[in-house]
Every structure is written in structure tokens, then in C-alpha cells.
Design a binder for this molecule. Sequence first.
Ligand SMILES: NC(=O)c1ccc[n+]([C@@H]2O[C@H](COP(=O)([O-])OP(=O)(O)OC[C@H]3O[C@@H](n4cnc5c(N)ncnc54)[C@H](O)[C@@H]3O)[C@@H](O)[C@H]2O)c1
Length: 261
Amino acid sequence: MARRLAGKVVIVTGGGAGIGRGVAARCAAEGAAVCVADVDGDQGSASARAIVDAGGQAIFALTDVTDEASVAACIGATEAAFGPVTGLANVAGIYPRATLDETSVALWDRVIAVNLTGPFLMCRAAVPSMRRAGGGSIVNVTSTNAYSGLPNLFAYSTAKGGLLTMTRNLARGLTPDRIRANALNPGWVISDNEIRVQAGDGHDLAWIEAAGTRQPLGRQQVPDDAAWAAVFLLSDESTQVTGTEMNVDAGRSMPGQGGSG
Ligand SMILES: NC(=O)c1ccc[n+]([C@@H]2O[C@H](COP(=O)([O-])OP(=O)(O)OC[C@H]3O[C@@H](n4cnc5c(N)ncnc54)[C@H](O)[C@@H]3O)[C@@H](O)[C@H]2O)c1
């Protein structure tokens, strides 16, 4: 049976850990040639190596999504290895907790740079490559906090709201190029960083698992939950899907469910 991403060339930012590592692995398992783009060299190269060890195609590109030259090098390395880019998953993100009163200008600038300027730079650099491919698909990992806001993630929620708007702009502007753009909103995903964040609050893995039983669908979310949705959006199964926002949040954002991650 043909794999769902056979012949696709996909860049996954933040592909070294958490949701991004899950997206990269799942895309490769579905037949894509994957560029793992991450600012963390150890994690990023390990993620790409795991794909190759499992029989998939992957390279690692040391990439800081906030840096224009680094982003250009990532696109160049991907094209050199696999040809024009057909898919871009903007997953890299940071979510330091800070309320309005706690948000310094330096923190604000950093959060906006990684979560909003990064996807902009990646899209601007990848789109010419997608045009050369004859089309493409962009998946921006946002957050349901973009709708609801979360007081202790003030800059983060604001950046993700901007990314939702950017996604709609991309979708509208790139239809003549047959390039689609969609937002993917995870819920509360137990990623590498989320485990560290919870540990900082005194919550161990047993606490996290117990909290999962109180989620609407009865368990915690894992990176693969978002990865399956990304595969759909990056594949030809979704060639008529653009400008959408897909909530993969176990229903946490439904009215009465108590917010989302
Ligand atoms: N975990 C959740 O509950 C949750 C919920 C909603 C949305 N999200 C979003 O999903 C994405 C991934 O989150 P995660 O929990 O897997 O995080 P994570 O910290 O586990 O992984 C993020 C990866 O991004 C990389 N990265 C950070 N800054 C970068 C930069 N400047 N350039 C390139 N790579 C960079 C990190 O090195 C890391 O490998 C983020 O955009 C986050 O906002 C997460």
C-alpha cells in the first residue's frame, strides 16, 4: 500500500523534541524525506538519526528559526538533499510562563521571535521552493490559547494568535501557487518540555498520568496525536483544505471543558 507522504519533502522545525520529533518521525514513517530543523544540535541530530535507523529518509539542519541566514541555510540543505520542499511544519516554539505584569520587554521579544517571527521567516524562505515543487502545504502549530488567552502565558498566547492570523493570510495569498496553509492546535501534550514545566511545579509523571484521567477523552495527549493530524494536512488527502484551524485538543476547548493548553 502506498504510504501517505510518499514523494513529499517535509521540513519540521522543532523536530528535535516533543511534538516536532513526533511529527518528523510520523512523516518519515509515511514516506516523506524529512529535514529535522532545530536549534538544539544534540536533540535534532538524534531525532534525524532515529528516523534513518528506522529505515526512513532524514537530514538534520541546525536551524535557529529566528535567524534569516540560518533559515535560508535550512531550506538550501533540504533542497540539496531531497529537492524542492513540499511541506513545512512550523512546530518550534517556547512557552515560558509570565503574566502581563511579569513580562519584560526582553521576554516578550524572545517569545514573539521564536513563535511568530520564526514561522514567518520559515514560510518566506520555503514558499519559493514550494513553487518550484508545483505546490505545497504549510502546517503552523498554534494553540487553543490563541482563542482563549491564558493569563500566565501572556506573550505566548498573543504570539499564537498572530500565528493564526498569519495562517489565514498565507492561505488566502498562496492559493494561486497551490500552496495550502492550516493551523493545528494541540491541547495539553505531554512533550519533553511539558514534563520539565510540570516538574518545576512539583508534578511528577504519576501526577501527570492521573491528571490525564480527568481530561475529556480520558488520557493525556502525546506528540503522536498532533503528528497524525499533521500527516493529513501535509498529504494529498487534504488538497482542498486550506485556511482551517484544526483543534487536536481532546475537546478541551469546547464550552464547559475548562480551557486548553
Ligand atoms: N506541549 C503542549 O501542551 C502544547 C500545547 C499547544 C501548543 N504547543 C506548541 O507545540 C510546539 C512544540 O511544543 P513542545 O511542547 O513539543 O515543545 P518542546 O520544548 O518539547 O520542543 C520544542 C522544540 O523546538 C526547538 N526550538 C526552540 N526554539 C527554537 C528555535 N529558535 N529554532 C529552532 N528550534 C527551536 C527546541 O529545541 C525543541 O526541540 C510549540 O510551538 C508549542 O507552542 C504545545
